[in-house]
Write a protein that binds this ligand. Structure first.
Ligand code: FAD
Length: 457
């Protein structure tokens, strides 16, 4: 609980109109997409880097936790004030400062919404590929802190592949400029990359320089429906092995599609068990070549049905189905245990079969969808927290899933990060030595453990 004196200091530091401690504000900034809730003591809206430096100084002098926050649509509780303190919100620092067509760069404030950057780039004939499904809400600061991915990351890579430079404040109040405006840069330790994916635990990011690409002139989207879960998973492999080089290879199981269709009042083919979205992009000649390669695989895979989106509206409708899965499945049960495991692409059919077998053996509803092209399987255990038996079966199943993921050479999180919700599972992937290295790195950046404490490990 912070007293009136500290609130007054914050208001003097940044201006009264940016500091809030009324209960409606504290409540509004107490949760994210996990559904977990922790009340902060104050909410401050940063409008410039001077505000950031001033809030850090107040927090430091009173030993108060400081939690950076973008749009609050994180899936792991990263932006939650578990130990109280100040939530520093970046949604007002939302300017695109420059878009450099000559050097294929954009410089942005951390509160820029992901789709706003994409649209601004597209207007200039350029392309910012990272596309988390939350892109219409999430901020670049949150994307950088989580190293967010998305469907197109199969071909184009994750947020970190586009971050060239960062400006950030350390908890001792010092400002750092990391990286450079170049693609190549091997000078010194790569501190910029250390901050990418550090979940707001090492420094507060105030400016991001991203790399842009030329906008691909053509895009084609296909949906392919299968009568068996593993047929869909195998089709993903076929497409990869046939060098189709799609931009997107997304998988949706029957439960995912059923949830969206029910929501929209539509009927789903009884025979359908899985569907795959394939998008190819490039020049007209490249797209034609990729389409021909894909069609050979369609002939060989014998799906139930396939569709080529002929118009922009049809493409958007297919994408809407995919993007609506998360909200639609949330209606299936009171709680969604949402894991974003990754296995090497060659292991996907085995992993999917394994999870499907566990769901049947333990009587659980497990919904599978996600970016299967890069092995990223969104594994959603739909449970009722009031059903103790179901909760303990879910725990056993999660343990088995994580162990298998690590045995297969995979990772417990491909894009959502660790935050609070995956913290208990870090030991599956990291040894005590590695976890101790993490703790020591945190100490170097934030010796008093004030910046986003209680997250990751
Ligand atoms: C429906 C839905 C779909 C999603 N789909 C995807 C997906 O496809 N791919 C994917 O990767 N994720 C996805 N997510 C997760 C989420 O949207 C991403 O993690 C996103 O990056 C969060 O951005 P945000 O602005 O909401 O960050 P927040 O949730 O506000 O914060 C996330 C983390 O970033 C830190 N942070 C924020 N700003 C700063 C800053 N300026 N400096 C330092 N640290 C900062 C916070 O402290 C916190 O640890 C999805 C979420 C939802 C709800």
């Amino acid at each position: 609980m912070i007293g009136k004196k500290v609130l007054k200091e914050l208001a003097q530091a940044v201006g009264r109109e940016k500091v809030f401690a009324e209960s409606e504000y504290l409540l509004s900034y107490s949760y994210d997409a996990t559904g977990l809730e922790y009340l902060p003591d104050a909410v401050v809206f940063a409008e410039n880097e001077e505000d950031v430096a001033a809030v850090i100084a107040v927090c430091r002098s009173h030993g108060l936790p400081l939690v950076p926050r973008g749009a609050g649509v994180g899936y792991t509780g990263g932006a939650l004030a578990v130990s109280g303190g100040v939530v520093l919100v970046f949604t007002r620092m939302n300017r695109i400062l420059s878009l450099d067509r000559e050097n294929f760069l954009a410089v942005v404030e951390p509160g820029v919404v992901t789709s706003d950057l994409q649209e601004a780039a597209e207007k200039a004939g350029l392309f910012y590929p990272p596309d988390p499904a939350s892109l219409k809400t999430s901020t670049i600061g949150g994307n950088v802190a989580e190293n967010a991915g998305g469907p197109r990351c199969f071909k184009y890579g994750v947020t970190g592949n586009y971050v060239l430079g960062l400006e950030a404040f350390l908890m001792n109040g010092e400002k750092v400029r990391l990286g450079a405006e170049t693609i190549k840069n091997v000078a010194g330790y790569d501190l910029k990359s250390l901050l990418v994916g550090s979940e707001g635990t090492l420094a507060v990011v105030t400016r991001v320089t991203v790399r842009l690409l030329p906008l691909p002139p053509c895009r084609l989207l296909f949906r392919v429906d299968f009568p068996a879960l593993e047929d869909g998973a195998r089709f993903v492999q076929r497409v990869i092995q046939a060098h189709v080089q799609p931009a997107v290879l997304e998988f949706m199981d029957r439960s995912s599609l059923q949830a969206v269709y029910s929501y929209q009042g539509l009927a789903l083919d009884d025979r359908l068990r899985a569907a795959v979205l394939v998008e190819v992009d490039g020049s007209p000649a490249e797209v034609a070549e990729r389409e021909a390669l894909l069609k050979k695989q369609l002939d060989a895979a014998r799906p139930l049905h396939w569709q080529r989106a002929e118009t922009f509206a049809e493409q958007e409708a297919l994408w809407a189905t995919r993007r609506n899965i998360s909200p639609a499945i949330a209606k299936l049960k009171p709680k969604k245990i949402n894991e974003d495991i990754v296995v090497p692409a060659g292991r996907i059919p085995e992993m999917v079969g394994f999870i499907d077998g566990l769901a049947a053996e333990y009587g659980l509803c497990i919904v599978l969808f996600g970016h299967f092209g890069d092995g990223n399987i969104h594994t959603n255990l739909m449970v009722d927290p009031d059903d103790a038996g179901e909760m303990s079966r879910a725990e056993v199943v999660l343990d088995k899933i994580f162990r298998r993921v690590v045995e297969f050479g995979g990772t417990i999180s491909g894009e959502h990060g660790i935050g609070l919700s995956k913290k208990p599972f870090m030991h599956y992937q990291f040894s005590p030595v590695e976890l101790e290295l993490f703790r020591r790195i945190k100490k170097v950046f934030d010796p008093d453990n004030l910046l986003n404490p209680g997250k990751m490990f």
